[in-house]
Design a binder for this molecule. Structure first.
Ligand code: MRU
Length: 365
């Protein structure tokens, strides 16, 4: 998508032909900065410390991490070591393991002399595939927005609530939850987005709001607790969120707070959609609550809030007593029964084992 009048992806190969450029998401919305990463350890840090984040982008970053490792040492031991190092960075988003497995399966049969070039080529393919998947999700989700728009008065916007950032910054381009929104706006359908701030890391306030503002999509930032109230008042026509891992029976793991939005949507008859590319489906797990590992992040992310002060300097301030411990589970699981539909690249699936298997008979077990 565009930043100013220039098109960017979130990750690309540097002009030197081997190091990897990323948009450093820690500084947005206040500063747009590109960082260059040059080895697997740096990529691992960028993923763990959320310079890049969002399930699809984490997967692509990890694929490039494997490529950098192959450039340094293409041996079998080095391949396995990179897989481990990158895999342990973030436990919940399944795209990470999917991309690492895809890279290892592609590289292992090759002679060592061919591995580096093949790894960079495969990482680039995974990045391009992500863009295509998101475009298709956008087209499929657009039809749902179009149907809702057709039931509204002419010119009245379709009000969409989203949580966290499942926008182009969470992917290589377009985004998952935002792809239908961008396509609807392009098609001239009036849309308005309620953006959950998404404490504690504020991906909504920092990233989704920045993206939507940059593309002229009308939106309003709300605190995480406002969604239920707005739904009761009829101010929300639909919810679209992303996901970090969806199980074979359609349970949806996503940023902490998603479950509460799904409960409120269910109680108020608001359709609750989840947009996801198929690499986000973990066909090996069924019960999301019991089987998906939930990342526990530092309590400092809850106790300290970052932002820009009046002089334009980035500052962190403490909002709770120093002696108060904070817990920070980063994701939660929304059971399939609360999900209206899963918007995938192949179409919209019912959130059930049968629904997903009907769209992906080649993948379901
Ligand atoms: O912790 P993050 O910022 O990597 O988490 C990302 C999310 O949870 C997003 O909400 C998104 O839906 C999943 S990736 C498209």
């Amino acid at each position: 998508m565009n930043v100013g009048d220039r098109h960017y992806r979130t990750i690309w190969l540097n002009e030197d032909g081997w190091s990897v450029d990323i948009i450093d998401q820690r500084r947005l919305p206040h500063e747009f900065r590109v960082e260059t990463v040059r080895d697997t350890t740096e990529i691992a840090t960028a993923i763990r410390d959320m310079w890049v984040r969002g399930a699809p982008l984490i997967g692509v970053a990890a694929a490039y991490g494997m490529a950098l490792q192959m450039r340094a040492d293409p041996s079998d031991a080095s391949l396995d070591e990179a897989w481990e190092k990158l895999h342990e960075t973030r436990p919940t988003a399944i795209n990470l393991r999917w991309a690492l497995d895809a890279m290892r399966a592609h590289l292992k049969p090759l002679p060592e002399s061919e591995r580096a070039a093949a790894a960079f080529a495969r990482a680039a393919e995974i990045a391009d595939e992500d863009v295509e998947l998101n475009r298709s999700i956008g087209r499929n989700g657009l039809e749902i927005i179009r149907e809702i728009a057709a039931r509204k008065k002419p010119g009245e916007p379709v009000n969409i609530l989203t949580h966290c950032n499942a926008g182009w910054l969470a992917t290589v381009d377009y985004g998952t939850a935002t792809a239908p929104i961008y396509l609807a706006a392009e098609a001239g359908i009036p849309v308005h987005v309620y953006v959950d701030e998404t404490r504690p890391r504020n991906q909504g306030a920092f990233l989704t709001a920045w993206e939507l503002a940059g593309h002229g999509v009308p939106h309003t930032l709300i605190v995480d607790n406002a969604g239920g109230h707005l739904m009761q008042r009829g101010a929300v026509d639909m919810v679209i969120v992303g996901t970090d891992r969806t199980t074979a029976r359609g349970d949806v793991c996503n940023k902490i707070g998603t479950y509460l939005k799904a409960l409120a949507a269910h109680d108020n008859g608001v359709p609750f959609y989840v947009a996801l590319p198929s690499p986000t489906i973990d066909w090996t797990v069924s019960d999301g609550i019991a089987e998906i590992p939930i990342e526990e992040r530092s309590g400092d992310e809850v106790s300290l809030v970052a932002g820009m002060d009046a002089e334009g300097a980035m500052r962190q301030v403490r909002i709770s007593p120093e002696a108060t411990p904070a817990a920070n589970p980063a994701f939660d699981v929304t059971p399939a029964r609360l999900v209206t539909g899963l918007i995938t690249e192949r179409g919209v699936a019912k959130a059930s084992a049968e629904g997903l298997a009907a769209l992906f008979p080649d993948r379901a077990r």
